[in-house]
Write a protein that binds this ligand. Structure first.
Ligand code: C2E
Ligand code: MG
Ligand code: MG
Ligand code: MG
Length: 275
C-alpha cells in the first residue's frame, strides 16, 4: 500500500482501482471455468426478409450465467476472453453448440456465428470450422460467420488465406457492424464477403433526419454494386423498418422482429405459428 510514497514518488492508494483489478482477475478465472461448469448458453435472434418478414435464420449470441453476477452480457466478457485467450475455447464451444442446434432446424434456416479477430490470428480457424461442421453434420452452406473489420486489420495476407479456406468449405462470410471500423470500402473490395450487416448505430439514428439515412443509402448502393445482400441490424420500430425497406436492405434483424431468445422459446413460437 502506498509503498512508493516513502521513495518520494507521488503515489496514493486507490481502493477503487484495487477492487476493480481484483474483480477483473476473478472474472478472468471464472471465465476459464465457464464451459466446464455449464454456465454458458446461446440466445438466438431471428433474421428476416426485410420486405415480407419471413425468417431466414438466426444469429447465435453468447450468454454467460454467472453464479454471483447473473447474466453477463458479451460486451463485458468477450474482451476479457480475447485478452486472456479463453476466446479460443469459447469460440469453438459456441460454434459447436450453434451448429448442433441448427442441424435440428428446417434445412432452409441458416445460423450466424460471431467470430473474434483473435480466433483469426491464434487458431487454425478453418480447420476448426471444418471439424465442427463434420461432427455436427451441418451443411456448410447454412453457416454464416460474422466478422468485424478489426479482424482484417492485422496480417492481411494470413486473414485473406483463412477467409478463402473458409469459403472453400462452403460457409458464408458476413461483414458485421459495417460502417464503424476503418477503411471499410477497400476491405469490401479485397476480402471475399458474402453479405454486409449495417451497424445498429446507423439504424437507430435514421429517424433523426441526420446523416445516418444517407449512410445507410450509401452502404446499400455499395452492396448493389458489389452484388452483396445488405442486412439492417437493430431495427426496433416500424418507422425504421419502413426506412430500411425504402433504402433497399434485403434482410433485417432487431427487437421489432424478435429479441435474442432461448431455443425453447423459439421452438414453441415456431410450433404456435405452424399450428
Ligand atoms: P453483434 O454481433 O453486432 O450482435 C448484435 C447485438 O445487438 C447483440 O447484442 C443483440 O442482442 C443486439 N441487438 C439485436 N437487435 C437489437 C435491437 O433491436 N436493439 C438493440 N438495442 N440491440 C439489439 P449482444 O448479444 O449483447 O452481443 C454484443 C456483441 O458481442 C455482438 O455484437 C458480438 O460482437 C459479440 N458476441 C456475441 N456473441 C458472441 C460470440 O459467440 N463470439 C464472439 N466472438 N462475439 C460474440
Ligand atoms: Mg453479429
Ligand atoms: Mg452486429
Ligand atoms: Mg456488434
Amino acid at each position: 500500500r502506498a509503498k512508493s510514497a516513502g521513495r518520494g514518488v507521488a503515489a496514493f492508494y486507490d481502493p477503487e482501482m484495487d477492487r476493480e483489478a481484483r474483480e477483473r482477475r476473478q472474472l478472468e478465472t471464472d471465465l476459464r471455468h465457464a464451459i466446464s461448469r455449464n454456465q454458458l448458453h446461446l440466445a438466438y435472434q431471428p433474421l428476416v426478409n426485410a420486405v415480407n418478414g419471413v425468417c431466414s435464420g438466426y444469429e447465435a449470441l453468447l450468454r454467460w450465467s454467472h453464479p454471483d453476477r447473473g447474466e453477463v452480457l458479451p460486451d463485458s466478457f468477450i474482451p476479457i476472453a480475447e485478452e486472456t485467450g479463453s476466446i479460443i475455447a469459447l469460440g469453438e464451444w459456441v460454434l459447436r453448440e450453434a451448429c448442433l442446434t441448427a442441424a435440428q432446424w428446417e434445412p432452409h434456416l441458416s445460423i450466424a456465428v460471431n467470430v473474434s479477430p483473435v480466433q483469426f490470428r491464434l487458431a487454425n480457424l478453418a480447420e476448426m470450422v471444418a471439424k465442427v461442421l463434420a461432427e455436427t453434420n451441418l451443411a456448410p452452406i447454412r453457416l454464416q460467420l460474422e466478422i468485424t473489420e478489426t479482424a482484417l486489420m492485422k496480417d492481411r495476407m494470413i486473414t485473406l488465406g483463412t477467409l478463402y479456406k473458409l469459403k472453400r468449405l462452403g460457409v458464408s462470410i458476413v461483414m458485421d457492424d459495417f460502417g464503424t471500423g476503418y477503411s471499410s470500402l477497400s476491405n469490401l473490395q479485397s476480402f471475399p464477403f458474402d453479405k454486409i450487416k449495417i451497424d445498429r448505430s446507423f439504424i437507430s439514428t435514421m429517424e433523426g433526419g441526420g446523416s445516418a439515412r444517407a449512410i445507410v443509402r450509401a452502404i446499400v448502393g455499395l452492396g448493389r454494386g458489389l452484388n452483396l445482400p445488405v442486412v439492417a441490424e437493430g431495427v426496433e420500430t416500424e418507422a425504421q423498418h419502413k426506412m430500411v425497406i425504402e433504402e433497399g436492405c434485403t434482410e433485417a434483424q432487431g427487437y421489432l422482429f424478435g429479441r435474442p431468445g432461448s431455443m425453447m422459446v423459439i421452438a414453441s413460437k415456431t410450433f404456435a405459428e405452424a399450428g
